[in-house]
Ligand binder design. Structure first.
Ligand code: F0G
Length: 442
């Protein structure tokens, strides 16, 4: 390879055939073999403590993009970007709740709540970089397929950049909060009669035919932004890595991003030890977990079905790069049932944190791994909550208001006449009940 300094700051490499493309090449896959692309950066001028110091100085300082939880790490995200499309995003909290320590059986569990991003999911971290790149290369429009969060995020960032956005989502299988966002931010929204995998195939064909820039997570610039979930949580832990990072897994872009973040953080002296990654799928949409059980000997495709619509995906696009993450981090992949996901969601919601169903898969998975003894009671674990509780109000209302018989955690509202006596009657009634009964009563 030529000396590092002869290189531009970043370029793209095909993960399958090592073909190289320039940073500004707009194609979504390798033109030679169709493989997935990855952004590669020249070693930053600063590494180790000097780079950490720069990240620390930027944290919380000044207005605009520098304080963004993505662009704070620009040297290892997209060093050559000058003007960026930033909300700003990131700077999400790392939460501690005793109730969840008890519930999971893990003494040191923390929650990285990505639902605190501007459109309510981690997708904003990838989208600020993706839409910035779309603008730099002069794209005339942007597009994605989505189970709802990517489309909400793309719609918002495209609106900010003044660019038309096209989104394809599975008809009848998108949570109402997400669909509403995409409409509100003005994206052209197509409800496709099919699943996410059909939407992704279609949008890839359409983007090639129409010359529209594709912003699904197969786009390597999205991955660069999503790496900052890991960088930011490491910074919040003073660069002392946890033992485990647990995340929900669908199309596997995030699993790929986490592996790349850790690989680079170690190479550039930000950390000296790599946490293990646990990727958690819904049992009805678990091709990656199945593949893991077979030592990744084969790739699987399934007909997906789960209440966690965000991860209702049968043929994950980033399979290969996610395999690398699991191998490099001595990671694990597991699946949890819809019942486990809903129970975990009730536990997360019930302690005042709240998250969308797919996000709860990480907490359900952490508990399951503790039960199996894979994660020890005293381990330091970060579970990533990927989306906000209000993303899926339909599911919440069904659970708490409509479902018969009421599920154990249902918190039925009580309709009353507008007088004080009625309020008193309800409170009196609640007093006599056991704490468990209060919420379950009608
Ligand atoms: N959690 C949430 C809330 C998601 O929206 C997604 C993916 C995931 C987890 C899984 O992440 O795909 O990188 O493995 N949502 C995509 C979308 C598919 O279109 O919004 P992944």
């Amino acid at each position: 390879m030529s000396p590092e300094t002869d290189r531009p700051p970043s370029w793209q490499v095909c993960l399958a055939c090592a073909n190289e493309l320039t940073e500004r090449d707009p194609r979504s896959r390798c033109p030679t073999c169709g493989g997935l692309l990855e952004v590669t950066h020249r070693d930053p001028e600063l590494t180790g403590d000097a780079l950490l110091l720069r990240f620390t100085e930027r944290r919380g300082a000044g207005p605009g993009a520098t304080t963004s939880g993505v662009w704070r790490f620009r040297e290892i995200v997209l060093p050559s970007a000058e003007e960026v499309v930033s909300h700003p995003e990131g700077n999400t909290p790392l939460l501690h709740r005793e109730a969840l320590e008890e519930w999971t059986g893990i003494g040191g569990i923390l929650l990285k709540h990505e639902g605190h991003n501007p459109t309510g999911s981690f997708k904003d971290r990838g989208m600020t970089v993706g839409v910035t790149q779309a603008k730099r290369i002069g794209a005339r429009a942007v597009a994605c397929a989505s189970t709802g969060n990517t489309s909400a995020s793309l719609a918002a960032y495209a609106a900010q950049a003044g660019m038309p956005a096209l989104v394809l989502v599975p008809a009848g299988n998108v949570a109402s909060g997400k669909l509403a966002q995409s409409l509100a931010y003005g994206a052209r929204t197509l409800l496709v009669r099919g699943g996410f995998d059909d939407c992704l195939r279609l949008v890839q064909e359409a983007s090639e035919r129409l010359g529209v820039y594709l912003l699904n997570s197969i786009n390597p610039f999205r991955i660069e932004g999503q790496k900052t979930i890991v960088l930011e949580l490491l910074q919040q832990l003073a660069w002392d890595p946890p033992d485990w990072i647990v995340l929900p897994a669908g199309n596997l872009g995030n699993t790929a991003a986490f592996g790349k973040a850790l690989r680079e953080a170690r190479a550039w002296g930000l950390i000296s030890r790599v946490p293990r990654i646990a990727a958690v799928q819904a049992a009805g949409a678990a091709p990656f977990a199945r593949s893991f059980e077979e030592g990744f000997a084969r790739r699987h495709r399934v007909d997906p079905d789960t209440v966690a619509t965000a991860i209702r995906i049968g043929d994950p696009a980033s399979h290969d790069r996610a395999v690398r993450t699991i191998r490099e981090t001595d990671g694990v992949v597991l699946s949890v049932t819809d019942a486990q996901i809903l129970e975990a969601k009730a536990a997360v919601d019930g302690c005042g944190v709240g998250c969308e169903p797919a996000s709860a898969a990480s907490v359900a998975g952490a508990r399951e791994l503790a039960r199996r003894g894979t994660i020890s009671r005293g381990a330091r674990v970060v579970a990533v909550l990927t989306g906000h509780v209000l993303k899926d109000p339909g599911m919440l209302l069904d659970y708490h208001v409509d479902r018969e018989p009421p599920p154990p955690g249902a918190n039925r509202p009580v309709e009353i006449e507008a007088d004080l006596r009625a309020v008193e009657q309800v409170l009196e009634g609640a007093k006599g009940r056991s704490p468990d009964g209060v919420n379950g009563e009608r």
